[in-house]
Write a new protein. Structure first.
Lengths: 300, 283
């Protein structure tokens, strides 16, 4: 599903003392199947932006088009839109309320008007996709660990069969293992279910490892939009707006300044390692070559 | 003498059914030993459910151990007569900043603790001012906590604890809900308290980057202390840390990977600067 945002503006508390422009002339085109990282510090407008994508907020001006259709048109079914663009809020486990995990996941599809049987089928598939082990399905959500609760909450959104999955900081408050599990699960869903995924994150490392496009927000505008490699080249500007780059990016720049010719576009540990090893190997070959040369000269 | 000394601490959460029969026992602390000196900055690492929060709650007697001994500033934590004294010695800061604000103005919030302790009002004024100053929040004293960012709220919470003048501050994942800026603000404030005021700090966290500044690190798993030492000692054991569901700072991990690939650099590299130096020597 393609999404186009055309000059979207949003003002909070219009005509009051608290008037703030949260979005300024946002133009954006999101294609089918993209995996996007949306970053920006607190208050940069990212949450406001994602709430526009499923129609929770209505732009003060500008247009939003899903598959070419204007969502603000009179006869557009915005309720259906909320099913198509599934939004997983921050700390989604706070919204679990049913007596069992399974019943909780059924709630969304039932609310969409599906029969119990259809809803249960959907819940079944969604819990599988979100990686919730079967032994937890009929337990109270409150007995689950933090990471499992979050998976259950994500399953609740998946059960609505969204075409776009938007996750607002899905790893906040999780420990490293929980974080890796959730992110790997999201990557798997993106791959297997062919969904468009928008990941809101504070962690440059996470974004560098998973997404193929990065959108950086600052003060309600889009500051950078490109591949992680392209965006992290602006690491100094990113710092100026309270963000930064993955730690390895800094390292690679520092090495290059010291005359160590590494690839400064490396943003993951794997890339950095490969680049450093390559430089060292080249150097060794160079040294070996010189020694060999000397030996040959010596014999002559 | 140790400021905090725990010997073979055991704590069990016992789940009972409606008829009060024991349904299950979870051993959250399983023979924990701690030796913390006055003025030390100690970090406790562990994944969710490893027992680190349970341990934190023992340090100001929100929980009492079933077995073992715990002495805080020489006082036995299991002796009821010391309960309030220990709570004055060890102040606590929790994870969620929104749950810790009680007043509608920052300075009133900070004054809440000392007021409750019966501190004379003249002194409360100076304590509030000093503690807001030391967390860098003095210019916000007349503001409403609602309008603050998460990091600022957490710094107000720390100021609130400081105003009670504890000897030690226990922070239970104070940055878990904050963005990178907020996290840095809070850590800087904590480190300053330790360095400038000599405050004993116990920081519970699962962010490895925050541990680098500590003097000593305890790693917990399944209610046991499984590793202890300086950050460098701890982080030189990358594979062991990973087996406990933790990870190491990106730089340390990269250095570890390079070593595994045969690059001759030292173990336990913590910062980018160290790695750059080590690599440049090879080149």
């Amino acid at each position: 599903m393609s999404i186009i945002l055309d000059k979207v503006n949003y003002v909070y508390g219009e005509k009051t003392a608290y008037e703030t422009q949260a979005l300024k002339d946002i133009n954006l085109k999101i294609q089918d199947g993209e995996f996007i990282g949306l970053i920006g510090h607190t208050g940069s407008g990212k949450s406001t932006l994602i709430q526009h994508l499923n129609g929770l907020l209505r732009a003060s001006s500008g247009g939003i088009y899903y598959n070419g259709r204007d969502i603000y048109e009179e006869d557009y079914d915005r309720k259906e839109l909320r099913g198509k663009a599934g939004l997983v809020f921050q700390y989604p486990e706070h919204q679990l309320f049913e007596s069992t995990v399974f019943a909780d996941v059924c709630f969304g599809p039932k609310n969409m008007g599906l029969t119990s049987r259809e809803a249960e089928l959907r819940a079944f598939t969604a819990l599988r996709s979100a990686g919730v082990p079967e032994e937890y399905w009929y337990r109270s959500p409150f007995e689950l660990s933090g990471g499992q609760k979050r998976r259950a909450a994500i399953a609740g959104v998946l059960a609505m069969k969204p075409e776009v999955l938007i996750l607002d900081e899905p790893t906040a408050g999780l420990d490293p293992r929980g974080r890796d599990e959730i992110l790997n699960q999201v990557a798997a869903m993106h791959r297997d279910l062919k969904m468009t995924v928008i990941l809101v994150s504070h962690s440059m490392e996470d974004v560098a490892n998973y997404v193929n496009r990065m959108i950086v927000m600052n003060r309600g505008s889009i500051l950078f939009d490109g591949t992680p490699q392209e965006v992290f080249r602006h690491y100094r500007e990113l710092e100026a707006v309270g963000l930064g780059a993955p730690q390895v990016t800094y390292l690679m720049h520092e090495l290059q300044e010291r005359g160590f010719p590494v690839n400064v576009d490396a943003i993951t540990i794997q890339e950095a390692k490969d680049s450093i090893l390559q430089v060292l190997a080249g150097r060794q070959q160079g040294t070996a070559g010189k020694i060999a040369e000397k030996m040959i000269r010596g014999t002559q | 003498m140790n400021f905090i000394e725990a010997r073979k601490l055991v704590y069990e959460y016992i789940r009972r059914d409606e008829d009060d029969n024991v349904e299950g026992i979870l051993t959250a602390l399983d023979g924990v030993n701690l030796d913390i000196k006055q003025g030390e900055f100690v970090a406790v690492l562990g994944h969710n459910g490893s027992g680190k929060s349970t341990l934190a709650k023992h340090l100001n007697v929100l929980l009492q151990a079933g077995e073992g001994t715990l002495r805080i500033d020489g006082k036995d934590a299991r002796d009821q007569q010391y309960l309030w004294e220990i709570r004055k010695i060890a102040g606590m800061v929790f994870q969620n900043p929104d749950n810790q604000m009680v007043a509608s103005v920052v300075e009133e919030d900070v004054a809440f603790g000392p007021e409750n302790l019966g501190v004379p009002s003249g002194e409360i004024h100076s304590r509030v001012e000093n503690s807001l100053k030391s967390t860098g929040m003095l210019s916000w004293r007349k503001h409403s906590p609602n309008k603050l960012s998460g990091g600022q709220k957490q710094r107000v919470a720390i100021a609130g604890v400081m105003a009670m003048e504890p000897k030690c501050i226990v922070l239970d994942e104070p940055t878990a809900m904050l963005d990178p800026n907020g996290r840095k603000e809070v850590l800087d404030a904590v480190e300053r308290l330790n360095r400038e005021k000599g405050m004993t700090v116990i920081l519970i966290t699962h962010y490895m980057e925050e541990v680098i500044r500590a003097h000593k690190v305890y790693v917990m798993d399944h209610g046991k202390v499984v590793m202890q030492g300086s950050p460098r000692e701890i982080f030189s054991k990358v594979d062991t840390l990973k087996s406990y569901g933790l990870d190491v700072p990106q730089i340390t991990l990269l250095a570890h990977e390079l070593r595994k690939a045969g690059v001759m650099i030292p173990e336990g590299i913590l910062t980018g600067q160290e790695l750059v130096e080590a690599l440049c020597q090879l080149y």
